[in-house]
Design a protein. Structure first.
Length: 190
């Protein structure tokens, strides 16, 4: 299989189902940002972190590929002429969301109570989590905007919202495990 197809040389790309759209289309921005997020999640997974977190991150990366495929399929192309779904893969659903919630609950049991906002940083690995969290929030904003133009599966929006929370909690967990400083944001008084 060749990597280059030359079909995008004039600034368009194909969605699942064959529809061609400009590369700046909101649908492309949405799943392109999910792809960027997936790369940052891989960067976190490549760090010297615990096996439980690595295993969770692999599952998340797999689900981000699924989420991207869901975003790359316009609603009018989801069902084939024979009545079957175009994407013959398990979709992001409530179990995907519950996995993130359970992981956060487990991590939170080991963490000190949060009393202030926290400045991103303290350790390179923790900073990667915060960057991924910010990219996740951007993917969520773009997906919300896309949903206003063309309906998308509601599980996508919920999943991205939970994933940004998960990445924040993971940053706190790794701060603790890596014995890094968690710097509280305390606003200066006037």
């Amino acid at each position: 299989m060749k990597i280059y197809t030359k079909t995008g040389d004039k600034g368009t790309t194909g969605l699942f189902g064959g529809t061609r759209v400009p590369k700046y289309h909101l649908r492309i921005e949405s799943y392109g940002t999910v792809d960027e997020l997936n790369s940052y999640v891989g960067l976190i997974r490549d760090q010297d972190i615990d096996d439980i977190s690595k295993s969770a991150l692999i599952k998340i990366q797999d689900e981000l590929f699924t989420l991207g495929a869901m975003l790359a399929t316009p609603p009018e192309k989801e069902i084939l002429k024979n009545g079957k779904e175009r994407l013959n893969i398990p979709k992001i659903d409530i179990s995907s969301i519950e996995f993130l919630e359970q992981e956060m609950d487990t991590m939170n049991e080991q963490l000190p109570q949060m009393t202030h906002f926290i400045l991103p940083g303290g350790h390179q690995t923790v900073s990667f989590c915060h960057i991924a969290r910010c990219v996740c929030r951007r993917a969520e904003r773009l997906s919300v905007s896309l949903n206003e133009e063309e309906p998308i599966d509601g599980s996508i929006l919920i999943y991205l919202n939970r994933l940004s929370d998960y990445l924040f909690v993971l940053a706190r967990k790794l701060t603790l495990l890596l014995k890094a400083d968690e710097v509280k944001w305390i606003p200066k008084k006037l």
